[in-house]
Ligand binder design. Structure first.
Ligand code: RIB
Ligand code: CA
Length: 302
């Protein structure tokens, strides 16, 4: 049974690995992608999405451009982590251009076409998804599930001691999504920092397919040029894609979740009240199975 999905993304090195996996996964019937700023400026993340689709053999994949700013304030880009312009490698240019519909309207168009049937995989700040819900309230009954890479519930953050990058970049949007009542699977740092490729691992370097070779190139460049100081690469966005296909890789607890949007020190922190709630918070992961799944999907041909 395939799932109709829209992937919202801010490529971003781990987004790139996640998109390679998604395109190699027959379980995902990808309707299109929406770009959001976050790891880089919107122009960079949109260009990277279009060039990745072209490089991976999907030049006609619909790509709708989204938010250059969060619902309030400005984005704080992740260049220091992902490299100049969001990726440490230069992909070939493409004639592909974003669709005329902006991301929120594109997401809503998929809802009109496939009510109660489509899944959103959100790999960046949640601004596009929040705007789609704000502009079309019926969307919340049309979305089957949102798999969110974001949050840090029972552990510290990666941009502050409290907050994870995607949520920290737009906590107001995160609260629109969390409060909407849509079923959310929250794949946060609690689980994704445990699933990693190591600098000295050889398996991720052995890619034979277009996607496998691109992933190896991105990672090798990241380890040597972008981050000679780090020995582990956390597979956060790839784990969100893996969880959308094999949810049993994760152990989750139902909760209501909120993101701190006022206090300066804890801004972007995700807090869970366990019990009834629309959010399944991922608190455990089968690390070996998840890492093997990511590696297999990066290197498979679909
Ligand atoms: O905190 C990790 C998340 O922030 C990932 O989605 C990564 O791509 C960055 O956007
Ligand atoms: Ca991302």
């Amino acid at each position: 049974m395939t799932k109709k999905v829209v992937i919202d993304t801010d490529p971003g090195t781990d987004d790139a690995l996640a998109l390679i996996m998604a395109l190699n996964s027959p379980e995902l019937d990808i309707q299109g992608m929406t770009s959001v700023a976050g790891n880089a400026r919107l122009a960079d993340t949109t260009r990277n999405t279009l060039r990745l689709m072209n490089h991976l053999g999907h030049p006609n994949m619909p790509v709708a451009q989204g938010a250059s700013r969060p619902l309030r304030g400005k984005f704080n880009y992740g260049y220091n982590y992902h490299g100049p312009r969001g990726l440490p490698v230069e992909l070939v240019t493409t004639k592909s251009r974003p669709r005329s519909l902006r991301a929120p309207e594109y997401i809503n168009s998929i809802g009109y076409s496939f009510p109660e049937e489509f899944v959103i995989i959100a790999l960046g700040p949640l601004t596009n998804v929040a705007r789609a819900i704000q502009r079309e309230p019926r969307l919340v009954s049309w979305i089957k599930e949102i798999v969110v890479m974001g949050g840090a519930v029972e552990i510290g953050g990666n941009v502050t001691p409290y907050a994870e990058f995607n949520i920290w970049n737009d906590p107001h949007a995160a609260n629109v999504v969390f409060d909407s009542g849509v079923p959310v699977t929250l794949v946060g740092l609690d689980v994704c920092v445990q699933v990693a490729f190591g600098r000295d691992d050889s398996d991720w370097r052995e890619g034979q397919t277009t996607g496998g070779r691109l992933a190896a190139d991105v990672l090798a460049t990241w380890f040597t040029e972008t981050h000679p100081d780090l020995d582990q690469y956390a597979l956060c966005d790839p784990l969100a894609v893996a969880a959308s296909i094999e949810p049993e890789l994760l152990e989750t607890k139902s909760a209501t979740v909120s993101a701190e949007q006022e206090d300066a020190e804890t801004y972007g922190q995700t807090r869970a009240t366990y019990g009834d709630g629309n959010v399944k918070v991922a608190l455990g992961v089968d690390v070996d199975r998840a890492r093997a799944f990511v590696l297999e999907r990066i290197n498979s041909t679909h």
